[in-house]
Write a protein that binds this ligand. Structure first.
Ligand code: C5P
Length: 253
């Protein structure tokens, strides 16, 4: 992503809701403040491609966060369909291996030509932020640190032709250093510097279930291109004000 991209373009609101009506209501409130959103398994399972259509009709770019992980042929076919739907970014699990990641990257390029759509950015999910070193070693059977496995999978993703990866705020700096300026880094786990009061919740409990968190400004300074923000916006009393505050924090000199 060009460094000149505006702060509003860097913040993607996570549409973690179960219906088109809820998604559309949130987007309507954010119209003119943000330009992109993330649609994940919850909304896509509930509403299907109509969710993407709804967001695009409102003028929002869509990051389709379905984390594909299957045999190369199936993943390639899914990426083809996602490209046809007009998403600007999608992701797969980098741990699915080189052939699978390559099938995704190639399918995106081919489908973009076939359907006259822009080629979506294809990201690799490295190590899920819900896994710590102990779980990575004992449960997944990977005998290294989280950071070195993240760097290993990011390098594999690049070799396969992917454009970037999803990473926790903690891994942004080492990734930027290892992967260079053109590698796209998307990070969740964003919590604003100024706590936004959420209904029924203390402003002190803003971490929710996120462990490795960063403020929008810190994540950007560390080298992130896009910030995925869910509950700090969607659960705020005034989502528009919460999103505007994040954009202002990013744009402040
Ligand atoms: O509400 P919150 O800001 O925690 O939402 C973060 C969003 O980013 C959620 O949609 C979550 O599924 C997603 N995400 C994450 N950690 C990852 C990958 C995605 O929190 N490693």
């Amino acid at each position: 992503m060009p460094t000149s991209a505006s702060p509003a373009d860097r913040v993607l609101v996570a549409l973690d809701v179960s219906s088109l009506d809820e998604a559309d209501a949130l987007l309507r409130r954010l119209d003119g403040i943000l330009t992109g959103c993330k649609i994940g398994s919850q909304l896509f399972t509930a509403a299907g491609p109509a969710a993407i259509e709804t967001a695009r009709k409102r003028g929002f770019r869509v990051f389709l966060d379905l984390k594909y992980h299957d045999i190369p042929n199936t993943v390639g076919a899914a990426v083809r369909e996602a490209t046809r739907l007009g998403v600007f970014m999608l992701n797969i699990h980098a741990s699915g291996g080189l052939a699978m990641a390559r099938a995704a990257a190639e399918a995106a390029t081919k489908a973009a030509g076939e359907f006259a759509m822009p080629r979506p950015l294809c990201l690799g999910v490295t190590v899920l932020t819900s896994l710590d070193r102990r779980a990575l070693q004992r449960e997944v059977g990977v005998p290294t640190s989280v950071e070195s496995h993240v760097l290993h999978l990011a390098a594999l993703a690049r070799e396969a032709g992917l454009d970037g990866c999803v990473a926790s705020p903690q891994e942004i700096s080492p990734l930027r250093l290892a992967m260079g300026a053109r590698w796209v880094i998307v990070t969740p786990g964003i919590r604003p510097a100024e706590p936004v009061r959420m209904p029924d919740r203390s402003p002190l409990l803003q971490k929710d279930d996120q462990v490795r968190i960063a403020t929008p400004r810190r994540a950007l300074a560390a080298g992130a291109d896009y910030l995925v923000v869910g509950r700090p916006v969607s659960a705020a009393k005034d989502p528009a004000a919460a999103a505007a505050a994040i954009v202002a924090e990013l744009g402040a000199p």
